[in-house]
Write a protein that binds this ligand. Sequence first.
Ligand code: HEC
Length: 231
Amino acid sequence: MLKYFFYTFGLIVVLIVTVAGFRGQKFQKPPIEIFPDMDHQPKYKAQSGSDFYADGRANREPVSGTVPLGYSMPLQKPTAHSSGDATSPYRDINFSTGVSYIDTGKIINQWGTGFPMEVTQEFISRGQERYNISCKVCHGAAGDGAGIAGKYGLVAIANLHQQRIRDMADGEIFNTITHGKNTMMGYGDRIQVQDRWAIIAYIRALQKSQGGATINDVPPGERAKLESQNK
Ligand code: HEC
């Protein structure tokens, strides 16, 4: 009996010391590091000072005239809320967090479908370029989920040709690009609003190309060319 009392008493002491002991104590010495990993690095932290540079700042300015790769100069400053000129697919840099359909894919509280800008061939080509940069590694050039990332061990990459995704509202795909889905991360911080829509337009073209397209989808003037290619 007494044995159990001592066991219990010991346990309670250990618990109290664990929870309450050494609280608020300050140590002057650094902790013992068995594996320091990469805790200590000769590097500058953002916004810190430096004796090395003449201006005393560790942060370096980008070379003057630097433009983000792949974008033309913004013509118009994006406002905090609006997506700017919806008909101009890539003139202004825009990672908007607005609440309208173009920014969320939602109409009130439902996924909407349809493009909030004109879908031109140029727009779809832009989508193709952006898809190949951001999505192809996983979803594959044809959208079938056979991208290179699968070969390096990423599992369960969605095949964009499955009926479920063909039927999915454009707005829901927009949301997946912005925020990700399960194991897919979000791309909202690196693909602009208009480009997300352009990518969706390209995905729709891919889907069409992999089933469901007929010769009637080809403009009359182009049909003869295709038919001669297929011979
Ligand atoms: C790093 C790999 C990776 C990249 C890059 C990637 N995806 Fe995905 N994506 C996935 C995976 C994995 C899934 C399956 C997630 C799940 O389990 O539902 C997925 C699912 C999806 C789905 C289906 C979502 C659903 O509701 O089932 C869509 C649509 C999609 N991705 C579109 C895109 C688009 C568009 C891009 C480029 C902007 C992109 N993905 C980039 C890995 C990726």
